[in-house]
Every structure is written in C-alpha cells, then in structure tokens.
Design a protein around this ligand. Structure first.
Ligand SMILES: Nc1ncnc2c1ncn2[C@@H]1O[C@H](COP(=O)(O)OP(=O)(O)OP(=O)(O)O)[C@@H](O)[C@H]1O
Ligand SMILES: [Mg+2]
Length: 360
C-alpha cells in the first residue's frame, strides 16, 4: 500500500484463514528521492507523461517486490507460505464521477506493475482494485469500509473508523449490514505541503507547529467553501482537489497571514471536516498517519466530546497498518470471488469482485 501522502510503502503480512484476521508482521519501505519525485510529478499534468509513467510503474513494482522480500525475511516466512499479495499500487490520478464529470468520463489510475511483483516474488498478486468499481459507475473509493466492517464492527455499537492519510475517509458501522463511508476531504496533505514550503520538513510532527498558531476564521471559512465539502456522498477526493497550488491561490486573495496560523487553520479544516462526518457515532477510532498527530487528535477529541476517540490499536490493528491490511483482505475477497466494494458507499451499480489476478 502506498497512499496519497507518498511517504512510504507499507507492507503487512496477515493471516486471514478460516474466519480469523491476524496481523503477523509489518514493514515500511522508503522511497528513493528520485522515485518519490517521479511519482509526485505524475500526480499533475506534465510533458511526456506516458514515458515517465511507464518507467515509474516498473520502478514502483520493483520497490514493492523489495518491500515484500524484506517483510517476509523479517517475519521468517517463506514465499511458498504466502497465498497472495494484494497491491493497491500508487494512485497518480483519481477522477471519480461528480457533479462536473459523468460516469463515462471517470477513471482512477494506480501504478506499480503487478506483473513485476508476481514475476519477481513468485507469489500470486491481486491488483487494480478500483477500476471495476469505476466501470460500474462508482467512485472506486473508498474501498476500506467493507474491511472496517469485517474487522471493527460490533453489534449495537455506533462506531466510526476514521483513516487520516493524505486524504481522510470515514466509515460508520453499527454491527448490521448497513454502513456509510466516504472521503471527508484532506487529511495530512495540506499540513505536509505547507510545512514543507515554510520549514522544509516532511510533516508537522505531533502537530507541534500548528499548535503554536491560531486558526484564522477567514481562512477556515474559505477552505471550507471548497465545493467538495458540500457534496453529498458517495464522494471521494485526491490531490486533484486539495493541493498546495489551490491553497496558495486561496491565501493570495486574503490579507497576509502568519504561516503558523495557516498551519493551525489547515489542521482545524481536517478536524472539523472529519468531526462533522462522525458526530452521530458513539465511538470514534482513528488510523492512518494522522493518528500520530497529537494536536489533531486533541482537536478531534474536543470537537467530539463526550464520545470516545481512540486509535484503532484499541480494536487490535495499529493505526499504521489498517490500510495495508485492508488490501490483503481485499485480495482474499477477490480470490474467493466475493465483493470488495459496498455499492452504497462507492455508488456503484452493485457489489463487484474487485481486482485482477496475476498468477505466480
Ligand atoms: N508523528 C506524526 N505527527 C504528525 N503527522 C504524522 C506523524 N506521523 C505520520 N504523520 C502524517 O501521516 C502521513 C502519512 O500517513 P499515511 O501513510 O496514513 O497516509 P497515506 O500514505 O496518504 O495513506 P492513504 O492515502 O492510503 O490513507 C504523513 O505524511 C504525515 O503527514
Ligand atoms: Mg502512507
């Protein structure tokens, strides 16, 4: 799994045999600086895209192979013991149906060549999870809610699972078949971008810089005026909607602000857009890198008081490994011919088996 933050490749070894789900081992693989740059450059329009995409697709596939090899070596597990790899790949463009784009004009593109993964690991690989849902008229996202339901739901308890990655998505569960799930907007992406611009740091550790500033009401109001927030679900988003360029254009129309106050406003944007989506839940569990942002978690706790706000670690899967675990589970769904989407969540015409199989 490599998400919109493009921070690292997360690999999880899980046992999902016979109704159980157990996280056995984990590994995080770093990107080389040129590869990371190559991916970021593919996330927006530029010259010679096909050539660059072809190369990055293969290089990412090779990096995914290395992630698998190191994961298995650290766990002392032979490749013959592994049924399959589920590879989400790296999203470089996500254009789901919305008010401006019809279903036939929609697409979502993930790279990280699964042929390379299957060939070099000798393990059957399942990839390309999103495009079948898009083909069925869905958003192709979020795909984690079914896994959240399978792993975290409890009868009679209104529970929300919040993934705060580059973007944020929520699932609400009550132990029945019914559920909701959608992207709420930016998670960490703008926080990372703004601190990178002003302090040359990859992220605002613990939200410490944001905590030094104060949210600016006028900035927050403009940020929240982004049309994505007013859209009803099903909805999903990406770097196409929320990026540094958009933020800088928006700020240029307002009086000059202290950078720390802008960071505080961005953190408040993430906190408010998430809390509005989970206000009906009794318990809220957070995963994704944002679970480590102490100031963000404190703001969520304050906005959601008196609800319980905790990490998914309290439910048995550490916050850094829920997404990667979900794609292992989704690979199993594919191999067993079971749906990977919830049509109510993605807006697809119906449940669909997601993913293409690349045999060992
Ligand atoms: N200690 C920390 N303090 C603040 N932010 C953190 C901390 N640790 C991680 N993060 C944030 O988490 C981000 C990475 O989160 P994660 O890997 O869940 O996102 P992702 O790769 O975009 O995933 P996805 O899109 O699949 O949800 C980092 O870019 C950073 O912003
Ligand atoms: Mg990540």
């Amino acid at each position: 799994m490599s998400g919109t933050s493009i921070d690292s490749v997360d690999a999880a070894l899980v046992d999902c045999s016979a109704g159980k789900f157990q996280l056995l081992s984990v590994h995080s693989e770093a990107f080389s600086a040129p590869l990371q740059r190559g991916i970021i450059e593919l996330c927006s329009a530029g010259p010679n895209e096909i050539e660059r995409m072809g190369l990055v697709d293969r290089q990412l596939g090779i990096l995914f192979v290395s992630a698998v090899e190191r994961l298995l070596a650290a766990a002392g597990v032979q490749r013959e013991a592994v049924t399959a790899i589920g590879s989400h790949g790296q999203t470089i463009r996500h254009r789901p149906p919305d008010s401006t784009r019809t279903a036939i004009d929609s697409f979502s593109c993930q790279i990280g060549d699964p042929n390379t993964i299957a060939e070099n690991t000798g393990i059957t690989t399942v990839a390309d999870f999103r495009r079948r849902d898009i083909a069925a008229g869905g958003q192709g996202a979020p795909l984690v809610p079914l896994f959240h339901r399978a792993s975290f739901a409890e009868a009679g308890v209104k529970r929300a699972i919040v993934n705060i990655g580059g973007m944020a998505n929520v699932s609400t569960l009550d132990g029945s078949e019914s559920m909701t799930g959608y992207d709420t907007g930016p998670g960490n992406i703008l926080l990372d971008g703004w601190i990178g611009l002003h302090r040359q740091l990859k992220c605002d550790i613990d939200g410490a810089w944001a905590a030094q500033g104060r949210p600016i009401a006028a900035v927050l109001e403009r940020l929240l005026a982004h049309p994505f927030f007013a859209l009803p679900p099903p909805k999903s988003t990406g770097r196409e909607d929320f990026n540094l360029h958009w933020l800088q254009e928006l700020l240029a129309q307002l009086p000059q602000q202290a950078p720390a106050d802008v960071q505080a406003s961005l953190l408040e944007l993430t906190a408010r857009s998430i809390s509005a989506a989970v206000i009906d839940a009794d318990e809220v569990y957070i995963c994704g890198g944002g679970a480590h942002n102490k100031h963000l978690v404190q703001r969520l706790q304050a906005l959601l008081h008196p609800r319980r706000v905790d990490s998914t670690g309290a439910l048995g899967i550490g916050p850094d490994w829920v997404e990667a675990s979900a794609f292992a589970w989704l690979a199993q769904q594919c191999l067993q011919g079971r749906p990977g989407n919830d049509a109510g969540v993605t807006g697809a015409a119906g449940p669909r088996v997601l993913g293409a199989i690349y045999h060992a």
